[in-house]
Design a protein. Sequence first.
Length: 265
Amino acid sequence: MSISDTGTRPFYRAVGNEERVFRAAFAQQLPVMLKGPTGCGKTRFVEAMAHDLGRPLITVSCHDDLTTADLVGRYLLRGGDTEWVDGPLTRAVREGAICYLDEVVEARQDTTVVLHPLADHRRQLPIEKLGETLTATKGFCLVVSYNPGYQSVLKDLKDSTRQRMVAIEFDYPAEDIEVGIVMAESGSDERRAGDLVRLAQAIRRLDVPGIREVSSTRVLIAAARLAQAGLPLIEAAEAAIVAPLSDDRAVGASLRKLLDVYLPD
Ligand code: ADP
């Protein structure tokens, strides 16, 4: 769990109408689902929104062992006594924070029991162990992220959960916007950022089995930063973009050919 408070606004460049939709959902106390591939700005977006709306942000990275107790809280033994400790969700409900559940489908199915009454008009969190039901403080907002590309039939978000949320779709930004993001986040000049973005676009157009996910804005920034540290651009792109994408030698070889085409210097 991480908690961030509203200091300076994190750099976020809007890609579409996502800020307007989020503000409207927040004003109406509706939960929000951010849908899209990894590394395309969902986390950065929620950080910027929390800042703009003046709410603390509590982030939980979900994983397949995450239980309802991890979210809600549990009794802990402290010096011979048992003491109740709020989990991140309970804390957000009490404080009126934005609670961001990253990759929510990874969490165990039983967590929906607490998420559903919170995500509809009730805005209530039942805490079975305390025999209490909390009503969310104004300002509380449940935000989940979800990467449709990762999901299998076994691990999908239930329709009953989806239908409680306002969905905002994320995708890789248009070329000029992505070039601006890579420049801002790495300190690269426009030419270098442009070459990397056009390389990523070529990789995104490929339809090759053996590629786990296409190149995200995140890996472009990493490549640009390696190059800023003095690594030749081709080596930087190989390490940050090509190698993480595939374990298949043949796929790696064809991706490397793209480097020669798109990164001439
Ligand atoms: P996700 O949560 O979708 O996996 P992140 O929000 O962590 O992705 O984005 C990865 C990185 O890419 C961020 O740390 C940030 O540097 C950059 N980034 C992506 N999209 C944007 C954007 N629209 N504005 C600013 N930075 C962005």
